[in-house]
Design a protein around this ligand. Sequence first.
Ligand code: NDP
Ligand code: GDR
Length: 371
Amino acid sequence: MKKAFITGTTGQDGSYLVEFLLEKGYEVHGLKRRASSFNTQRIDHLFQDIHEEPRLRLHYGDLTDSSNLTRLLSEIAPDEIYNLGAQSHVAVSFEAPEYTADVDAIGTLRLLEAMRFLGMEKTCRFYQASTSELYGLVQETPQSETTPFHPRSPYGVAKLYAYWIAVNYREAYGMYACNGILFNHESPRRGETFVTRKITRGLANIAQGLDDMLYMGNIDSLRDWGHAKDYVRMQWMMLQQDTPEDFVIATGVQHSVREFITWAAEDLGITLAFEGKGVDEVAVVERVEGDDAPHVKPGQVIMRIDPRYFRPAEVETLLGDPSKAKAKLGWVPEITAREMCAEMVEADLNAARRHALLTAHGYDGAQGFHE
Ligand code: NDP
Ligand code: GDR
């Protein structure tokens, strides 16, 4: 039985990767941060009784803690390491640049050094969660494995270090280390403050009368969105090759944030019109059909721009070229961005309905719901 060690197990990708590897028959060890409240919601459905030789085991730890990482690797002796753990929010990285660098850049070094210290260079394979944010101010379109990097945030810069240190350890010590340069990928498990989830959750709440306005940043921004489920499959495939290589993972199709808002509204039976320009742009309801949005009326403004969500330096456009992954690994994404949006809206609408029902019956205990 192969053993995998995953950092970021409790995040979006970690949760799908754990599911995927358990199905493949792996013994999976996940790093979990100590938190003052439960932080394992995304993997709770995978828990196995610790008294019955579970194939999923969680270990307390942190990417800022070298001795913890070294001890865990020594005890577990994994065949594969997936380094998905990160302070992954681009806007937050401007607020906490030093922490972001510590976790995202030096955290990667700590893992690679632990592998070297333990003599695991030839026995363990390493996957680094690299990102399209490396391209930042894009030098060519679409972006491929050979496009020059120009990161635009402390997050992007930290991930640039992580990218190169993985390449360096591959070249210097012959390690099987590779980078997946993944473009944005989403799902119903996406963190609530990333743009797609903010939109699907925000509009579902408005539809159910739990909120009345969605405040957005730069809705002209263009992204290449895929589904996290498709992308974790690729993370595993990258570690099963004869030689380690870096791959771009993307759909090759680009949409704007405004388009995503339009789709999510459509999935709730709401037709929107965008009026005004710049910070004065608003989304006005033109028509409402079906019974998913009983609290929304024609003429109502349900989205405004709030400059607080603008970033000090923005990545305006990203479009990936996944040709290498297609040619060498036979990988093609199965879920389109439009289909993914519908899945996310459905999940958020179900959650909003449950909360609306509880609230209507006097249970105002939908804690954290309006945060
Ligand atoms: P999430 O933000 O959903 O998950 C991040 C994970 O990292 C969480 O499990 C989090 O723990 C953990 N983490 C944060 N800080 C630390 C730390 N100091 N020590 C240990 N673990 C930590 O991200 P995603 O699942 O979306 O992304 C996975 C990886 O892929 C990240 O590295 C991200 O930067 C990268 N990436 C993501 C893309 C995307 O579009 N989703 C695209 C390209 C790259 P906790 O749950 O306790 O917060
Ligand atoms: P990104 O994702 O920065 O690309 O990083 P995010 O969903 O946060 O933003 C995408 C684009 O939407 C614009 N935007 C807003 N973003 C947020 N979060 N909130 C808003 O209100 C809003 N309004 C407009 C942003 O300015 C941006 O242009 C994600 C993360 O998962 C990274 O970890 C990963 O590396 C990259 O994707 C690829």
